[in-house]
Ligand binder design. Structure first.
Ligand SMILES: [Zn+2]
Length: 573
């Protein structure tokens, strides 16, 4: 292992045949060479490390080969081929436009272009990262590209095709290189490992390939890194340790707890993951991908989209059988939503925890037979507790198949005895769970309104959170925006002042007043709230005048001031 050579260089393909993962493209190139249909300019586009420059070099070698093979490959034996393979050919000229992008650089190139090759038929000019050329350089190059000498072939390579000006695009044959599939990368790494006598676990290579995101060059350099780290024994464990990759075992364990509705265990695993230094966003993205993979494993038809080794595939398949489609759809959707909201969230950890809690509850809805003893925090949208078991099951099943949401959401919220569950009513955890009740409650029929009176205290902060939640359910994007722009103010006596900016908004919100009230009541567990919707022009400019006025103003903003004043027996002079 001492003299380990960088694999990306050592295993650079020398023939079209050996280029990994670009079969159709290399075939087209070979055919063009065989049929003598060469263009003067090619544009190779695609992500980094997928073989653009490698193909350009093979192309240059092949069109100069003195004894081209019947299959369109270079012979790799003639003097020209050898000079190419030994990096001493004068018929290939590479310019990295990322660092040589001035007009002068291009001028010195175009001057060379005029000189015909001493040996062989073509001089090939590879311009890498061609989108980095300055506009002036582009224009200087354009002239050469319009009237190239017969012996000149240009191969322009770019990772950013959209930055190439149309006048250049129209003069090139365009080849789009694709990301290399995980399986192709793994196969190639396995081949390299075998040649280097390095022992590997296929799962380890899979993780490397995923990390490389479709780029072979990156995959090989990561591979080198892991080989030297693990002293030639590349195991899955050594890869995740070395690359700081989140072990999928965590996701398996986590999902098992989510399915069982075990909130506490789920939160503990999250804690463990975060404790290892993984970023929350990373966890969310990983979770969304994980659920996606599980979903893909449900159906033999989509199983091909899942690029892992067989042993792991089996694990995923087993898990897939335990998850309902409804669970997976929601799990993917919610994880993805949380991922999107993560950047804007002020309490990022809570966002993650809420997601897990919701996912725990989700499966409680669809699997009524879940072991009650395991539920450490009762679901917010719980089972109908009074209903007989049989009926419960049928209603749960219809719930799971997403047919009719019935009234399951509204009633249990109220029917739930306040003392049930191991969490005290004012525990911070319970409070944080509150806004989770997610479906809007508008469907509740009128006959259901004999709910017991709820009058839980809530703060301005609770109100704002509930309000945001409510806005999130609004489907009309315009109205949603309006709602989000309003900040409701908690007044004394459970009154909520909703100040809108114009009569039009006032009408809209008033027409929704009942729905808003119902929703907020549910979320805040307070059926005593009153809404006050009014147009304001100067809410923000309102300047209270005098001590009493200021007190009143402040008390309206924060009713706690009244009790504070009472507590300390404060008096206004
Ligand atoms: Zn040759």
């Amino acid at each position: 292992m001492d003299n380990y050579i960088v694999s990306a260089r050592k295993y650079r393909p020398a023939t079209f045949q050996s280029v990994v993962g670009q079969k159709s493209l290399t075939t087209t190139l070979k055919n063009a060479i065989q049929n003598n249909k060469l263009a003067h300019a090619y544009l190779f586009c695609g992500p980094r490390g997928v073989g653009k420059t490698t193909c350009a070099r093979i192309f240059a070698k092949t069109i100069n080969c003195q004894h081209p093979q019947p299959d369109g490959e270079a012979c790799n034996e003639c003097e020209s081929c050898r000079s190419f393979n030994e990096n001493r050919s004068y018929n290939i000229y590479e310019l990295d436009a990322a660092s040589n992008n001035s007009v002068d650089d291009i001028r010195s190139l175009t001057e060379q272009v005029r000189i015909p090759p001493q040996m062989g038929r073509y001089k090939v000019y590879i311009i890498d990262e061609v989108h980095m050329l300055s506009t002036a350089a582009f224009n200087a190059f354009l002239k050469t590209l319009e009237e190239p000498p017969h012996h000149a072939v240009f191969i322009l390579a770019t990772t950013e095709k959209h930055k190439i000006i149309p006048t250049i695009l129209s003069r090139c044959q365009i080849y789009d290189f694709s990301r290399i599939t995980i399986n192709d990368i793994v196969d190639h790494l396995e081949y390299v490992a075998k040649s280097e006598h390095v022992s590997v676990e296929r799962e380890a290579l899979n993780t490397i390939a995923q990390k490389a995101d479709g780029g072979m060059r990156d995959a090989l350099s990561i591979f080198d890194q892991v080989v030297s780290f693990s002293a030639g024994n590349v195991t899955y464990q050594s890869v995740i340790d070395n690359l700081n990759v989140l072990d999928y075992e965590y996701y398996f364990r986590l999902t098992a707890h989510l399915l069982a509705g075990e909130v506490s265990q789920s939160l503990l695993i999250l804690n463990e993951i975060l404790g290892k230094g993984f970023d929350g966003q990373h966890v969310l993205t990983g979770l969304a991908n994980f659920f996606r993979d599980v979903l893909v494993c449900k159906d033999p038809q989509t199983l091909v989209l899942f690029e892992v080794g067989d042993a792991v595939k089996e694990k995923y398949k087993n898990l897939a059988q335990q998850c309902s489609d409804a669970f997976l759809y929601k799990a993917i959707e919610w994880s993805n939503d949380s991922d999107l909201n993560y950047r804007y969230s002020k309490n990022k950890r809570l966002l993650l925890e809420l997601l897990l809690i919701r996912l725990c509850q989700l499966n409680q809805q669809s699997s009524p037979v879940a072991d009650k003893k395991k539920i450490t925090i009762e679901p917010l949208v719980p089972n109908e507790q009074t209903a007989p078991v049989e009926q419960k099951q049928t209603s749960q099943v219809s719930q799971a198949s997403q047919s009719s949401p019935k009234t399951v959401e509204e009633k249990p919220l109220a029917a739930r005895p306040a003392s049930s569950g191991p969490l005290a009513a004012n525990s911070p955890l319970r409070r944080s769970i509150k806004p989770v009740s997610d479906q809007p409650k508008e469907k509740a029929p009128e006959t259901e309104t004999q709910n017991p009176v709820l009058n839980e205290a809530f703060t301005q902060e609770d109100l704002e959170r509930a309000w945001k939640n409510y806005a999130g359910k609004e489907e009309d994007a315009h109205l949603k925006n309006t709602i989000l722009n309003i900040s409701p103010q908690l007044q004394a006596g459970n009154r909520i002042r909703i100040a809108v900016f114009n009569p039009d908004q006032e009408d809209k919100l008033k027409s929704k007043a009942e729905e808003i009230k119902r929703n907020l009541s549910g979320q805040l567990r307070n059926t005593q709230i009153e809404l006050e919707i009014l147009v304001t022009e100067d809410e923000k400019d309102y300047v209270p005048y005098g001590g009493r006025d200021i007190f009143k103003f402040m008390a309206e903003k924060n009713p706690a001031i009244i009790s504070l004043a009472k507590e300390f027996n404060l008096k206004l002079s």
